[in-house]
Design a binder for this molecule. Structure first.
Ligand code: ZN
Ligand code: ZN
Length: 311
């Protein structure tokens, strides 16, 4: 399962219907937050993400992207959390993140780490990577990509048995790509295992002007979540404030050839009626949607026709 829940889709300040930036990503029982604007913890309750969050990736330390850390950590403490939590932020911003963690008299009773990330830094997990990439928002803002490793092709146990491979550890070794010897014969993985299936790719730009680095990392992504603060009539303001227009986001998504585009960081002017943004983005990328608080997107595994094991 790979599910994205938009917790906050407003730019800079909340509106009645939209909270400030945060995106929850649930993957195989793991919960990650990308940005954590003020009030994120309440959005997690409203939209049922649970609180089992292990990592918070901050794109930058503008207040609308990280002030929620203070309250969220207090709530986790009241829930008797014991597991550590890891916060990640661009180079040079750890001190500000620590201020948010330590604000108030209570001490956080579980382990908190804050790691600074350089652009292009990779956080490797068992079967996916989180890649920080540079964006254009002044200072050292980062975007993040969740990139799954290719999945093993499907294993055909009947075929393996027919070839005389005894059920047990040899099955696992073949599945992982190792040739094994059975009664003096070599059995190779391609006899019993399909080709690897591509992993999924999810890209979150954070606040940014359109950036080549975003196009590069979003190539073929299943979902791109991009800054679309303004419509075209405020293109100049977008340029001056380090944000994108909806049309720019649409053009970038088309250039990258992504499957889906969700627009976020919506200026208060469009909070109640984001249709102008959607229209402008769709002129470049059909199917673009302006995200709303509570919107969920499930990212399916890519069709596994090439993952079928040999018959
Ligand atoms: Zn912002
Ligand atoms: Zn910002």
């Amino acid at each position: 399962m790979l599910r994205v829940t938009f917790l906050g889709t407003a730019a800079s300040r909340p509106t009645v219907g939209r909270n400030v930036s945060s995106v929850a990503v649930q993957r195989e029982g793991e919960l990650m937050l990308f940005d954590c604007g003020e009030g994120t913890q309440r959005q997690m309750m409203r939209f049922g993400t649970g609180f089992n969050v292990g990592d918070i990736f901050l794109t930058h330390v503008h207040a609308d992207h990280f002030l929620g850390v203070t309250g969220l950590l207090r709530t986790l403490a009241l829930q008797d959390r014991a597991e550590p939590i890891r916060l990640w932020a661009p180079e040079g911003s750890a001190a500000i993140v620590w201020d948010a963690i330590n604000l108030g008299r209570e001490r956080v009773p579980f382990q908190v780490t804050v790691a600074e990330l350089e652009p292009e830094q990779v956080i490797a997990r068992t079967d996916f990577d989180i890649v920080a990439f540079p964006v254009r928002h002044g200072g050292r803002a980062l975007g993040y990509a969740l990139i799954e490793r290719p999945r093993l092709g499907r294993f055909n146990p009947e075929r393996a048995r027919a070839l005389g491979v005894p059920e047990g550890p040899l099955f696992g070794r073949l599945h992982k790509g190792e040739a094994v010897e059975v009664d003096g014969r070599m059995i190779t993985p391609d006899q019993v295992v399909g080709t690897p299936r591509p992993g999924r790719r999810l890209v979150y730009s954070g606040d940014t002007r359109p950036a080549r680095s975003t196009v590069a990392i979003a190539k073929g992504a299943d979902l791109l979540i991009h800054d679309a603060t303004f419509a075209e009539d405020e293109a100049e303001r977008a340029r001056l404030t380090g944000h994108s227009t909806a049309r720019e986001a649409g053009e970038l998504a088309r250039a990258a050839g992504v499957t889906r585009l969700a627009l976020t960081h919506v200026s208060a002017r469009y909070a109640d009626d984001p249709r102008p943004l959607e229209r402008e983005a769709r002129a470049a990328f059909r199917g673009a949607v302006v995200a709303w608080d509570g919107m969920e997107i499930e990212i399916p595994l890519q069709p596994g026709e090439d993952g079928e094991p040999p018959a």
